[in-house]
Ligand binder design. Structure first.
Ligand SMILES: O=C(O)CCC(=O)C(=O)O
Ligand SMILES: [Fe+2]
Length: 268
């Protein structure tokens, strides 16, 4: 029989289709505490080993379709640089990023990863973890679901996201490095909190969390207000992460500038 998305998940630990179960309720409580304290929830061994292997092999086969983003950007990649600020202002500092991205358009229709992203019970599970009645898949044909491949020396500079929530599924871990660092709720919609942001990027901040990105892990992250980066990859094995994006509003998409830099496409 053909596998369904439910078969891809370790249902014993993560009963995503059984919201009434005590384990589901316990996960929601764990999520509430983790997201409130750190903006990030980590569920290890979420993917079944067989599904993980299929998804990893598929991702490796798609690498030739990836766009290589290699450049420096500020922590607010969506904003125009403000030249009236001093040159060393934290909002003008550029951080290096090198990542190969495979867009949603390039993920085959029969892909198990696509099936999992487009499966409503997973989205309802993510909404429940967030304590929300409804969330929406990101409406971006390139970025809603994408694969990020990073090889030796690659890193992802400090930034904030343009989506409310992202689930990262780790398909392959590097030998070393490639850790996800994040600083919980450092800014709000009304306050950029530049002083605290500077302390974080200079690593003078005890509140920076380090997430171990082990293969099979599900990581739910609130990246719009939490500053984050990925440390340089070490070793021959690429770090491969699938990024599943969601938003509180329907119809949300990334900016043309982000499409250009991340996927190499003109979208306006
Ligand atoms: O690769 C990761 O773990 C996160 C990448 C990231 O922050 C992003 O794509 O915005
Ligand atoms: Fe990000």
């Amino acid at each position: 029989m053909e596998a369904t998305p439910a078969d891809f998940i370790c249902l014993e630990c993560y009963p995503v289709c059984d919201p009434e179960s005590p384990e589901f309720q316990r996960l929601c409580e764990q999520a509430r505490v983790a997201l409130d304290r750190h903006s990030v929830l980590v569920l290890p061994d979420f993917l079944q080993p067989l599904a993980l292997d299929r998804m990893r092999k598929e991702a490796v086969g798609l690498i030739p379709l990836a766009h290589h983003m290699d450049g420096a950007a500020t922590i607010y990649p969506e904003r125009e640089q403000d030249d009236s600020l001093p040159a060393d202002h934290v909002r003008r500092i550029r951080f290096h990023t090198s990542v190969r991205a495979i867009s949603y358009l390039n993920i085959p229709l029969a892909s198990p990863l696509r099936a999992l992203y487009e499966w409503d019970p997973l989205m309802r599970f993510v909404a429940a973890l967030l304590g929300l009645d409804d969330i929406y898949r990101y409406d971006d044909i390139y970025g809603a679901l994408n694969l990020a491949v990073m090889t030796a020396g690659d890193e992802f500079g400090w930034h904030f996201d343009q989506t409310d929530f992202v689930v990262s599924l780790v398909l392959q871990e590097p030998k070393a490095g490639g850790e996800f660092l994040c600083r919980h709720a450092i800014r709000s919609d009304h306050d950029d909190n530049d002083l605290a942001v500077r302390a974080a990027v200079e690593r003078r901040d005890d509140a920076i969390a380090t997430v171990p990105m082990k293969a099979g892990t599900f990581m739910l992250f609130k990246g719009r207000h939490a500053l984050h980066c990925v440390t340089p990859i070490q070793g021959a094995a690429p770090r491969i992460v699938a990024l599943l994006a969601y938003d509180t509003k329907p119809g949300t998409v990334s900016s043309p500038a982000l499409h250009k830099v991340r996927y190499g496409v003109e979208s306006s």
